[in-house]
Every structure is written in structure tokens, then in C-alpha cells.
Write a protein that binds this ligand. Sequence first.
Ligand code: NAD
Ligand code: MG
Length: 373
Amino acid sequence: IMQGDQSNIMQTIMVDFTPSAEKRSYPIHIGHGILQHIDLIVSCLPQKRVAIVSNSTVAPLYLEKLQTALEKQGVRTMPIILPDGETHKNWETLNIIFDALLKNHCERNTTILALGGGVVGDLTGFAAATYLRGVPFIQIPTTLLAQVDSSVGGKTGINHPLGKNMIGAFYQPLMVLADSATLNTLPDRELRAGLAEVIKYGLIRDPAFFDWLEQNMHRLLARDPVTLNEAIQRSCENKAEIVAADEKEKGIRALLNLGHTFGHAIENGMGYGVWLHGEAVAAGTVMAAELSRRMKLISEADVQRIRKIFIQAGLPVVAPEMPAEKYLELMLLDKKVESGKTRFIVLNRIGEAVMRADITPAVLNETILACMT
Ligand code: NAD
Ligand code: MG
């Protein structure tokens, strides 16, 4: 660690499941260049053997260095390279992982590392949850979205032709290692998409973080290491607190879905992959803010402030043109629907979200129409 270089300082956040005694707590390490601190990984391996799951985009960038460093410490490594893309988050790709683990006689104590974005993380986590009924796994997220969201909280899984993320398991990793230096190779559009979820944490429960983001957005877009580390840290703190309190989404974890019911309708309606998830969440969050205003919970000035921060982040704030009925239909497909009733996350103020089930079709309709222009 270079003395005096702020960007090299590591922060550690615990996802703390105590007092639930049967669950382990685990650390999220965050820092610029910490992937080189190979001891972090080696010290928590139950066996000096790992399988590293990555994809055809991330592997050429980061795999060899990781492999060499591990081998140097006497750890046997086996890479498993998946095709890149959300369309490959399915059974077929999952079987590529199982085939490799079985062919190489990986055992109960072989740890699986997920090196990549949320797609690699979700697939690998699900493979780890089910291979031999559960083997240790470590998340090494390499997108902003994965560092602040998908690698934290233990949701793993794959898509089904009839719905996204419909097959999966809750399975917590041994640890998460988020190296913000890996974000240097991330395309701009992917970085911005990740910022949508970062902004979400401020909106749902952390007003001071929201203020800080307004002040620091330009530094985040410039990928300033210190600012990135702080944003990742504060996002993970927020998510870790929520997940520790409500692992299986029986209550407050649902607040993380702010903007997501509208967002999923956008993603699905436009055709998966046309809008990135974070882009849909940005426009969806503006829709949720507009809905909150129409319910007399927040002011027009608040809505403007929310619009502005997404614009600053280079994210869309106008809902794409689709018939309102289409939006309503797509929103009913949401996993959050219970007994046919769509529950919405709305804002009481900037920094406080609540779940409401008492939203009339009329107000929903007006909100959708108002947000398309
Ligand atoms: P992704 O994994 O598809 O990554 C985006 C693109 O960036 C891919 O092409 C990837 O190969 C590339 N990439 C990754 N790291 C890179 C790097 N450092 N440099 C250059 N390119 C890099 O997408 P994502 O946004 O990371 O994750 C989206 C997925 O995460 C979705 O499947 C979503 O359902 C899931 N998700 C899961 C949770 C959860 O709680 N488990 C939460 C949110 C999202
Ligand atoms: Mg999301």
C-alpha cells in the first residue's frame, strides 16, 4: 500500500446476519487496486483450490493476473469462461459451469470465484448454491452495478424464457471483493447504468448521501478513485443494512425496488437489452417520483431535483412511448405483485421510501401519460 495515497486505502463493510445464529456474516472489501491483495482471497479459502468463473469480455482483462497471483500462493486454479451477455443467463450456461466442475472433480471445499458483472455473479452464485448442494463462493464484481448491488445480498439465479430472474436461490458469498480500478475498463454507458442504483440508495434511505451525490456526480463520471470508493462504500453500507434486516424480502428489502416496477415495464416493453436495467430504473424512478407527487407526498421541486441528478448522471428521465395500457399490463408481470395487486414503492421525501398498495388505476394512468413527455 502506497503511503499517503488515499485511493489505496481499503474499506471493509460487514453484512451482519447476527443474531440469526445459523447464518454467517461476511465482509465486503472495497478499494482501488485491492485485487492485487491476493491474501484477502487466499486467507479465506478452505482448500487451496478454486474455480474462477468469468466471461469472454472480462477474462482477457483480469483473469490471467488473478490466476498467476493465486498460483504463486500455491492455489490451484481452474478457469471457466462463459459467453458474454444477459441472453446467456440461462440453464445452458449454468450447465457449462456444472460440466467443468464435475469433469475436474471439484469438491465440497473448492471455492468458486465469480469474476465479472452481475450476469456472471448471478450465474456463479446459483451454481455455487446448487453444486454438491452448496460450495463456498466469492464475488469479485467488475461493474459498478455489481459492486453496489448484485454482488451484495445473496440473490442468485438465472432467467427463464417466461421471465427474468425467475429461477434462483438466496445464497450468501464468503466475501465480496470490489476493486474500483476494474471500473477503468467499463464502458461509459455501463458506468452510468450503475449510478442509477447508487442514486436509488440516497433516495430510499440516505438523504445525506443524496446531497453528496449531487455534489460529486462529475467526479464519479470522471472515475475519480477516491470518489468511486466512497460511493461504492456508502451504497454497500445501505444495501448491507437492508439485507441483514430482511434477507428474503419479506419487508423493507422491497424498498430497493424503487423505480423498478415502472423500470421493468420499460425494459420488457422495449425488448430486453435495448434499455439497460439502470437506464430503465432511472426513468422508472422519475415515474415513481411523479406518482409520489400526485399522491401529495413530495413537491414538484423534489421531482425536479430527482430529474436533475439523473440528467447529471447522463441517464434517461423521460419514459419511452408505449400505450399506458401496455405499461399497466407489463407492471402486472412484476414479481412484487401479490394476489394480483401491484404494490409500489413511493417517496415520502428525498431519503425516505415507503411501500403502498392503495394506488388507484386513475392516478397510475395519469402518471404514465405525464412521464412520456
Ligand atoms: P453484465 O454482467 O452484463 O455486465 C455488463 C457488461 O460489461 C458485460 O458486457 C460485461 O462483460 C462487461 N464488463 C463487466 N466488467 C467489465 C469491466 N471491468 N470492463 C469492461 N467490461 C466489463 O451486467 P451488470 O449490469 O453488471 O449486471 C446485470 C445483471 O445483474 C442482470 O442480470 C441483473 O438481473 C443482475 N442483478 C442482480 C442483482 C442481485 O441482487 N443478484 C441485483 C441487480 C442486478
Ligand atoms: Mg436493480
